[in-house]
Write a protein that binds this ligand. Structure first.
Ligand SMILES: Nc1ncnc2c1ncn2[C@@H]1O[C@H](COP(=O)(O)OP(=O)(O)OP(=O)(O)O)[C@@H](O)[C@H]1O
Length: 248
């Protein structure tokens, strides 16, 4: 069944390297999918192809049935697809609040008809995102002054504030302490319960087990398997590939 977000035959080469090879993937509404695979499997490249940060050599991406292949990142974001980056891409010198505000597209300015209401709605979305990520007390701090875990939550706050219904999270919990990691898991669960469809790239298999309904397993650019976490994580061949014990 075609998903809310659907990928068909997606391919990307970098010179002679096939980074993503004929990948099909469906993100079904309300289903949390984890992309799992060893380093260099093509997971981030797949996100980049979906979000328009990289143009595919071939294949298609559709969001809610609309073809978006080759469209620019902001056009795809406007359809309700938000993502985080491994390197977070925050504005270090801006405040936490302004980092979140900047993530929301300014559809209407206050001098336009309805602009005042739109601005208030944006501000409310920012405050709510800060509250849900536990960052309200840091709203006026500069992003550069945050702790590592706080920057990770700021990255999630930026997604929350957009109201996007599809979240693509690239290693969102890497390096988090236990308390922050648990808060992160709860935050994602809350979003899913509110109707968000999540796809996450995650190396921590405990987090995958806790959050994912499905795993798509990638290796060397190709999707090798897809299914329920229990089945995928019990497959000795996949686990050998994942932990680098590949047989020739
Ligand atoms: N812009 C680029 N130019 C050339 N090669 C690239 C580029 N981006 C990615 N690659 C290569 O494509 C392959 C897939 O990389 P990608 O970052 O998608 O893997 P990944 O599964 O996300 O890895 P990791 O788990 O380490 O983040 C790698 O061999 C990588 O070196």
């Amino acid at each position: 069944m075609q998903g809310l977000l659907s990928v068909r035959g997606l391919e990307k080469h970098f010179g002679g390297l096939a980074a993503v090879q004929k990948v099909d993937l469906d993100l079904q509404e309300g289903v949390t999918t984890a992309l799992v695979g060893p380093n260099g499997a093509g997971k981030t490249t797949l996100f980049n192809l979906i979000t328009g940060n990289i143009v595919p050599d071939s294949g298609t991406v559709t969001v809610a049935g609309a073809a978006v292949t080759g469209r620019r990142p902001h056009e795809i974001a406007r359809l309700g697809v938000a993502r985080s980056f491994q390197d977070l891409r925050l504005f270090g010198r801006m405040t936490v609040r302004d980092n979140v505000l900047a993530a929301i597209e300014h559809g209407a300015w206050f001098w336009q008809p309805g602009g005042g209401a739109a601005r208030r709605a944006r501000e409310a979305a920012v405050e709510s995102a800060l509250e849900r990520t536990g960052l309200s007390h840091l709203a006026k701090a500069r992003a550069v002054d945050l702790s590592y875990a706080e920057t990770k939550f700021l990255s999630v706050a930026r997604i929350l504030a957009t109201g996007a219904r599809i979240w693509l999270l690239d290693e969102p919990a890497s390096g988090l302490d236990l308390n922050s990691r648990n808060r992160f898991v709860a935050l994602v669960r809350e979003a899913v319960a509110a109707g968000v469809t999540v796809c996450l790239i995650e190396h921590n298999l405990d987090i995958v087990t806790e959050l994912a309904d499905r795993i798509a397993f990638l290796d060397r650019g190709a999707k090798l398997a897809e299914g329920e976490p229990a089945a995928i994580l019990r497959d000795p061949e996949l686990i050998a590939i994942y932990f680098g014990e590949r047989r020739p």
